[in-house]
Design a protein around this ligand. Structure first.
Ligand code: HEC
Length: 109
């Protein structure tokens, strides 16, 4: 009887802690950027073969300076419309999502 209630209390406390940082609430996650932008618009050309690669977090970070979008190659090429090289350019909200994620420190989340 007591145990499940304690478990719920722990979960509620833990999720409460996770929402303390206001930036963490608004900034998109690496996972969402990877799933909705990089894997859709970049990975077909930038996969595992040499050069820039956007298939994993570690590879993506070679084009990212955490906290500083203007020094991040990833942000530079999409904000200038240089990439994707062919096909549909990213939308303004997608470019903004990448910027916000980098400003938030480009966490692996
Ligand atoms: C149709 C293939 C293709 C797609 C899709 C594509 N790229 Fe590229 N990308 C290239 C090629 C080819 C180069 C190297 C030649 C050049 O720089 O134009 C390149 C170069 C780059 C560079 C290095 C050049 C620089 O100026 O720093 C970055 C960073 C980059 N791409 C990021 C991306 C990102 C991010 C996406 C997705 C939003 C993307 N690319 C989508 C083909 C592609």
């Amino acid at each position: 009887m007591f145990k499940p209630a304690m478990l719920i209390a722990v979960v509620v406390l833990a999720s409460g802690c996770a929402t303390i940082d206001p930036k963490a609430q608004v900034a998109p996650t690496y996972r969402s950027i990877s799933a909705t932008i990089l894997s859709v618009s970049c990975v077909q050309c930038h996969g595992v073969l040499g050069g820039y690669s956007f298939d994993t977090y570690d590879h993506t970070m070679k084009a990212v300076s955490p906290g500083d979008p203007d020094s991040s190659r990833l942000y530079f090429v999409v904000s200038k419309g240089k990439m994707p090289k062919l096909g549909t350019k990213l939308s303004a909200p997608q470019v903004q999502a990448i910027r916000d994620w980098i400003i938030a420190g480009a966490p692996d989340n």
